[in-house]
Design a protein around this ligand. Structure first.
Ligand code: PMP
Length: 453
């Protein structure tokens, strides 16, 4: 059982210390926070410390963390081998204008594990990794367009994010997805260089890629896009993306910033995709900021400067900083094939138990995900694409109540995003997840019985 020191809803009254910090923050930070993704219900809660699979907030609540900084912390919080390695390193300096051996060690590890990664470059975030992968594809092909999946999240580069906020107009989805720039003031030309297709839509992706072949540099694909539902890709869809792209002279860029955590060799290998370039991030930094672009040597040559003008000069003051390199290497070394298998067994167990509860009560929910990732949907049948996973108002309200219910049970369940397990968890840590869900389903049928009708 959880050592729950306090429970209580996320209200300012129940969380006086978080409330006081938030009041201070709103006087100096734009909108009180530094990331739009911070959950507020109605205020954010502030973290005092992390302890392995758990976090403790400033008001003393101890919660099982299924967010893990948006799936980054595969070893949970305060992982000792990383802390010890980094503490040693800190004494000798944190960043230099010269390379260090640490970037070579992490590159060697990734190149040895991830198929198709023959050469690498490091940056500081997943956004940057996706951005430079797109730029590399452009430099290689001489074309500028990007094809991407409706509703998927790929970070904040204009061409990577156009279309991520797709929503139905007056309850109806447009026949063809529209590459709407996500934010006001984005140059209109961005939309001209983005082509959208629907996840698992074989005919659609083939048609879109063929029609725009002469202007597409790459097709950007996350094999199991979390924001678009954390849904399984059909093998035929993966094959169609890859075959059509090859036929049309379009590079395949896999966004594995999140899904690299699906296994020792990453997500593309798992789902039969053979990308030209892979964008990585999150777990490969061991809890410190990182991004990486890896890929075929021939394509990665665009970063090179020997003998001719550099096609793609990529810099970055903190790129390959030794702190991220050392922490990333230590974290990744501990992720052996056996450790990935153990995580996956725990993930399978959670998904199985959640599904058993749903079936037992005939409740309109379903569970998606793979390996250490899962997502609960207030949908009677399993979504196949973003449009199916999209929450209407009533469904969003049910999910909000579900997240609150989990918090009351001592579990931080991310809202509308992938939940994930971490290596410090053992079977006994999983029990609160499955029992909180069972309790919710049993006691809240008045909330959800109209759903999915
Ligand atoms: N791509 C994917 C699939 C992601 O999940 C994320 C982050 N959630 C990014 C790109 C952007 O990474 P970062 O937040 O490190 O910039």
């Amino acid at each position: 059982m959880l050592d729950q020191e306090r429970t209580g809803r996320l209200s300012g009254r129940a969380l006086p210390r978080s409330k006081a910090l938030y009041d201070r923050a709103t006087a100096v930070l734009a909108d009180g926070v530094t990331r739009v993704t911070i959950e507020r219900d109605p205020i954010p809660f502030y973290i005092e410390r992390g302890e392995g699979a758990y976090i403790v907030d400033v008001d003393g609540r101890r919660l099982l963390d299924l967010n893990n900084n948006f799936t980054t912390l595969i070893h949970g919080h305060g992982y000792a081998p990383v802390s010890e390695g980094v503490v040693e390193l800190l004494k000798t300096g944190t960043c230099f204008a010269n390379p260090t051996q640490h970037e070579i060690a992490l590159s060697e590890l990734l190149a040895a594990r991830i198929p198709g990664v023959e050469r690498l470059r490091f940056v500081n975030s997943g956004t940057e990794a996706v951005m430079f992968a797109i730029k590399a594809a452009r430099a290689f092909t001489g074309k500028s367009g990007v094809a991407r999946i409706e509703g998927a999240y790929h970070g904040a580069y204009d061409w990577a994010e156009a279309g991520q906020n797709a929503s139905p107009d007056a309850q109806n989805w447009p026949d063809h997805p529209i590459a709407r720039p996500s934010y006001r003031g984005t140059p209109r030309t961005v939309a001209e260089d983005v082509v959208m297709f629907r996840f698992n839509d074989v005919d659609g992706v083939e048609r879109q890629l063929v029609e725009a072949a002469d202007r597409l540099a790459c097709v950007l694909i996350d094999p199991m896009p979390s924001r678009a539902g954390l849904l399984h890709p059909d093998p035929e869809f993966i094959e169609a993306v890859e075959k059509t792209a090859r036929r049309c002279g379009i590079l395949v860029v896999a966004d594995e910033v999140l899904n690299l955590r699906q296994g020792y060799t990453g997500a593309s290998a798992r789902y039969g995709l053979h990308p030209d370039l892979i964008a990585m991030g999150k777990i490969i930094g061991g809890g410190f900021p990182i991004g990486a672009i890896g890929g075929r040597e021939e394509v990665m040559q665009v970063f090179g400067s020997t003998g001719r003008k550099t096609l793609l000069p990529q810099g970055g003051t903190f790129s390959a900083n030794p702190v991220s390199m050392v922490s990333g290497r230590i974290a990744m070394e501990a992720l052996t094939p056996e450790e990935f298998q153990r995580l996956e067994r725990m993930g399978d167990h959670v998904r199985r138990e959640l599904i058993a509860t749903i079936q037992h009560h005939g409740a309109p929910f379903c569970v998606t995900g793979a390996a250490s990732l899962f997502r609960i949907h207030p949908k009677a049948s399993e979504p196949r694409e973003y449009r199916d996973a999209y929450l209407n108002e009533a469904e969003a309200a049910v999910m909000k109540t579900l997240s609150r219910h989990f918090l009351d049970a001592g579990v931080l369940l991310p809202f509308g995003a992938a939940a994930c397990l971490s290596t410090p968890m053992t079977e006994s840590d999983l029990e609160p997840i499955t029992s909180a869900f069972a309790e919710f389903v049993k006691t809240n049928d008045h909330l959800y019985k109209e759903l999915g009708q």
